[in-house]
Write a protein that binds this ligand. Sequence first.
Ligand SMILES: Cc1cc2nc3c(=O)[nH]c(=O)nc-3n(C[C@H](O)[C@H](O)[C@H](O)COP(=O)(O)OP(=O)(O)OC[C@H]3O[C@@H](n4cnc5c(N)ncnc54)[C@H](O)[C@@H]3O)c2cc1C
Length: 389
Amino acid sequence: MSKTADAVIIGGGALGASVFYHLTRLGMRDVALLEKGELASGSTGDSAAFVRQHYSNEVSIRLVRKSLEFFQAFPDEFDGAEVFTSTGWLFLVPPEAADVFDVNIARLRDEGVKTWPISVEDAAEELPGLNTDGIARVAFEPESGYVDPGAMVRALASKGEANGGEVRLRSPATGIAANGNANTVSTPGGDVEARVVVNAAGPWAGEVGRWMGLDLPLELSREQDIVVRPPADAPKLRRCVSNMVDRTYIRPTADGNVLIGTGHPKENEPVPADSYRKEADEEFARETSRLLGRRFPALGGSAVAHGWAGLYTITPDWNMILDRSPANESHYLAVGGSGHSFKLAPAMGQCLAEMIVEGEARTVDISPLRAGRFDDGAALRSTYGGNRA
Ligand SMILES: Cc1cc2nc3c(=O)[nH]c(=O)nc-3n(C[C@H](O)[C@H](O)[C@H](O)COP(=O)(O)OP(=O)(O)OC[C@H]3O[C@@H](n4cnc5c(N)ncnc54)[C@H](O)[C@@H]3O)c2cc1C
């Protein structure tokens, strides 16, 4: 690796790869992406990777719209690579959230999101075998779906390399020494002098933040998903579903199985980034299978194929910090994905790259995601709670 760089990005997940790609796209050539393991080996590789647009604050709505356009145009920009499956998405809402749901739908439509309410009967047609008990409202987004997160990160990284950047795998950053705007990033392979350093270290962002002189407000929580194999005669699930009634998220997988996890409200499960149980718990598999069978009785007899646990890195308002560091103007932060930021990574990376190269983000005004918002009373509000921001 060259011993100097215009920018060093620490972390090869969705955020780091997106910043890397967009920096090279804006003409920065001497950009190095440091990844301590393999690409997408952190939260990104464990992501359920839903892409839905039902957010309740403007900044997230605008970021997800831009990101959806990016996913839709992916094959054109990335040599035919298909990483996005547009299944359509349904949001099942209980009576107690019906009022905020109506307000949200109006806001989303004002922002240009292609979404509308559908009747519970129509939802049952979209989702054959659906038990409609307890469902008061349903939102439909015909264009939403899910992504193959590892494939997306690899495509961004290799395009960034084709544009002149350098990806270094199994290359942990081990410290940052800052002297004004001159930074020395240490790695076992030698130091790199860098004008700009980006912290995109996912669950390890707190540690990298300390090297930057910051005490970032981040908490980790273990998050589990399972994949089940439906009985052969069960109706096929073709759409992605966020089910606020039973607090589950459910989607088809590329090979005809069904992925399921549990939504909020729920307790966080704090764990250290480097030592936690990476398999799903038996009790979790049993309970989520039960919830799946309650909502889709024909899927009740599904066999658990596999399961895993990954990490949410959570900020106090469940939204990322995407900003220049308040402590050093050559340091940048893309931290605290809070369980929903894979889908936002394309536009977030573009905005941060614009801030680095051009001084401010042009694509979306990301000032609501600034680092100082928790101290100046400007934390974002989440209509439904948790990561349904
Ligand atoms: C189970 C689960 C389900 C999820 N479902 C969804 C979903 O449906 N939709 C959605 O939008 N989001 C979802 N998320 C959230 C989403 O996956 C994350 O917000 C997003 O992937 C975070 O990306 P990142 O790049 O910030 O972090 P990561 O993917 O964790 O990347 C950080 C990288 O930095 C590397 N690194 C750390 N320290 C160093 C160092 N010192 N030197 C070099 N490299 C370093 C790590 O190895 C890692 O690869 C889910 C998350 C989980 C865990």
